[in-house]
Design a protein around this ligand. Structure first.
Ligand code: FDA
Length: 305
């Protein structure tokens, strides 16, 4: 389970100022975040693609509160997609909350329209789009937007979180031909009424969902750094007669990079999730919350000499 205190820190403006203001911490942030502007993200993405892997680029930002902010996020994706020249190898990941889904007065419609613009730009760039999944209160909305987008752009994918009790049913519904589902454990602190909260339960749930997706007709995107679950995915894919191009493994930029290279070298499709943008703080603290050892990196960076 992610560390709850650190997840709370994700919302702290004071802490953000301390981390953002220190040149000493920049190296630690750069380990997980590809930069603040398009050119930096594209340069890192290009290196990853040249090394035989794929990328999904996330323009960081969530919790948009104004129409103008949402439009700015859409524009950032449009400018990224128009500059990104990696046909067939790249996609973008989007959070509907960054595109205004929580705005009053029909936020869902608003987020749909802006995401539609991003999908049209992705189609022109020979790229795809996957909708990130946020906390459990947003799942119905995200899946409704997905269904609507897929009528026009059938390659739009979505993330599902194994920790949620509802997810096996969502996997069943989305295991049809052409459907792209990214399975993750889940990065949000969820209540026990809707989610498994113990690591072992979440891992078992991940396995159950993996089985449904691998036995289905869709394209599973297995997003985890957990070696046991990656082995399990490869075993299930083989048993189900899937080739190495009928599913992919996804990992976050900066996490188990050697394993990413090893899997790609063995012929598996590997996609690296590459976040960038000025609004990196909440993403960064979630990564710290997942792995206390990362806190040591941060603490050391404050130490002079
Ligand atoms: P777990 O946390 O058990 O880690 C397994 C091992 O991986 C660890 O023992 C460690 O070795 C390594 N590791 C994991 N996290 C690390 C870290 N931060 N630093 C260093 N090592 C680390 N979540 C969500 O709710 N919605 C979403 O849309 C997405 N999207 C997404 C895309 C991709 C490509 C990935 C890989 C993950 C997500 N996630 C996500 C995040 C996901 O829900 C989960 O929080 C993280 O992947 C961590 O869980 P693991 O499956 O890696 O297992």
């Amino acid at each position: 389970m992610p560390n709850k205190l650190l997840l709370m820190a994700a919302g702290s403006h004071r802490l953000r100022r301390i981390v953002a203001g220190s040149p000493l911490t920049r190296g630690v942030v750069q380990r997980f975040v590809a930069g603040e502007v398009n050119d930096e993200a594209i340069a890192v993405a290009r290196r990853i693609v040249d090394s035989g892997m794929r990328v999904t680029i996330d323009h960081l930002g969530e919790g948009t509160t104004t129409v103008e902010q949402a439009a700015a996020v859409r524009d950032a994706y449009l400018s990224l997609l128009s500059a990104m020249r990696m046909p067939g190898m790249a996609e973008v990941s989007v959070k509907l909350s960054a595109l205004g889904s929580a705005l009053p007065h029909n936020g869902r419609r608003h987020a749909y329209r802006l995401t539609r613009d991003i999908c049209a730009a992705a189609a022109a760039a020979d790229a795809t789009v996957t909708l990130d999944m946020e906390d459990h209160t947003t799942v119905d909305l995200t899946l409704a937007v997905l269904d609507e987008l897929r009528t026009e752009f059938p390659w739009v994918g979505v993330a599902l979180q194994a920790c949620l009790h509802r997810t096996p049913a969502d996997c069943q519904r989305l295991a049809y031909a052409g459907s792209r589902v990214r399975l993750v454990k889940g990065a949000y602190a969820e209540p026990a009424s809707v989610a498994f909260t113990r690591r072992r339960q979440i891992d078992e749930a991940f396995d159950r969902c993996l089985r449904i997706l691998m036995q289905g007709q869709g394209y599973p995107m297995v997003a985890t750094h957990d070696p046991r679950l990656i082995d399990s995915a490869i075993g299930l894919a083989r048993a189900g007669g899937r080739s190495t191009t009928d599913f992919e493994v996804q990992m976050l930029y900066g996490i188990r990079a050697n394993e990413q290279t090893r899997l790609a070298g063995e012929g598996y499709r590997v996609r690296v999730y590459l976040p960038y943008g000025q609004d990196w703080y909440a993403y960064f603290t979630r990564r710290l919350a997942e792995k206390p050892a990362n806190l040591l990196l941060l603490a050391r960076s404050f130490k002079p000499g």
